[in-house]
Ligand binder design. Structure first.
Ligand code: GLY
Length: 364
């Protein structure tokens, strides 16, 4: 069975590529002395997988608390985290008990945050069921909720005991959601694995039809992220590379107010294109490389510009203002992760605002 071992200074855990239907075999040894497992899931994952998981947990003598949320970014909210904690405490959820996240990135971030703070930290198991969560948010222990000042501004690092990743479950996802997650998969290739980018590009017409290719791509992309996280789990330096396309992307997302017009991965694919255009302007990469990424995104059906999107106050002034709110801003200067070709990136700050404006206006 394939796995990725995450080895950190104070934590060690496996991402196990295993069928969700057999997850009990891999997770039960982590329950320790606990008597209760709380499953936090979204409606979609609950609909497909909760009954079997609940039965399996009851069979190994765990009490089960189920917390099922409607899908959506709105769940990453301090009030919701607080309600869940009160609900668990009212049901005598103890320090030795376990929280399982069953769902996508929103559920993983929220459930992980609850697991980090309830009783000052309890066992946490992550079962990601979307491409975005399998390839990105379940790796590296970032958890948290959003605020009106920006995304993920309240949170904690909380590493899971184990991540169970079943790539077969992705077949139940809507194509749009799959594609949005695919942006992060490609992002890892662009950051540190040019061979993976070439592999994705050669297979661009097959990747969503052939699960073996998709599995292979998920594994290789997750390895890129795992290696970065192992070098810098607290994002003191190179973990920030994982934010390629996100300075632009978060601003674009904020402009559309997380109302579903644009998914995170869709904003990030446009953001990655902007990062390439900006990198080109300051001679870090060339047009051929930018065009290759654009062609790949176009071929798979990802957004590379704003055509087909409502205007929503889309101006370079608004976008720059939103970028300045991002948590990656240091001393008022916007930080960018920019490509130095395909497969290599670095952090840049102090870029002339006129150049940033020029890039944005090419897209508007
Ligand atoms: N998604 C970026 C990170 O985990 O650091």
């Amino acid at each position: 069975m394939k796995k990725i071992e995450i080895k950190l200074k104070n934590d060690q855990y496996n991402i196990l590529y295993a069928p969700l239907s057999k997850s009990i075999d891999y997770i039960k040894s982590y329950f320790l002395n606990g008597k209760t497992v709380a499953i936090i899931a979204d409606n979609n994952s609950a609909h497909h997988y909760l009954n079997k998981l609940e039965k399996d947990l009851l069979d190994v003598n765990q009490n089960v608390i189920k917390i099922i949320l409607s899908p959506g970014e709105k769940n990453k909210d301090l009030t919701i985290a607080s309600k869940i904690i009160e609900d668990l405490l009212s049901q005598k959820f103890e320090r030795t008990d376990t929280i399982i996240a069953l769902g996508g990135g929103v559920i993983g971030d929220l459930a992980g945050f609850v697991a980090a703070i309830i009783h000052r930290g309890v066992n946490f198991i992550n079962i990601p069921t979307t491409l975005l969560s399998q390839v990105d948010s379940s790796i590296g222990g970032k958890t948290g909720v959003n605020t009106k000042y920006g995304k993920n501004l309240i949170g904690s690092f909380k590493q899971p005991e184990i991540v169970i990743c079943d790539t077969e479950v992705l077949t139940t996802l809507p194509k749009r959601e799959l594609l949005a997650g695919y942006t992060e998969l490609v992002k890892h290739a662009l950051i540190n694995d040019v061979d993976l980018f070439n592999y994705l590009d050669v297979n661009s017409s097959e990747i969503f039809k052939n699960n073996t290719i998709l599995q292979d791509a998920i594994y290789r992309s997750s390895l890129v992220k795992a290696e970065i996280v192992m070098k810098d789990v607290l994002e003191k330096d190179i973990r920030a590379h994982l934010n390629l396309g996100h300075t632009f992307g978060h601003a674009i997302e904020a402009l559309y107010k997380y109302d579903g017009t644009l998914l995170h991965g869709e904003a990030v694919s446009i953001g990655i294109m902007m990062a390439f255009s900006l990198a080109e302007k300051i001679s870090l990469c060339n047009t051929t490389q930018t065009e290759a990424v654009k062609k790949h995104f176009d071929n798979v059906g990802l957004k590379t510009n704003f055509s087909e999107l409502p205007n929503s106050g889309l101006t370079s002034k608004n976008l720059i203002k939103l970028m300045k709110n991002d948590k990656k801003v240091r001393s008022g200067s916007i930080n960018f992760i920019l490509p130095k070709g395909i497969g290599s990136v670095d952090i840049f700050s102090g870029i002339d605002e006129d150049i940033i404006k020029e890039v944005l206006e090419e897209y508007l």
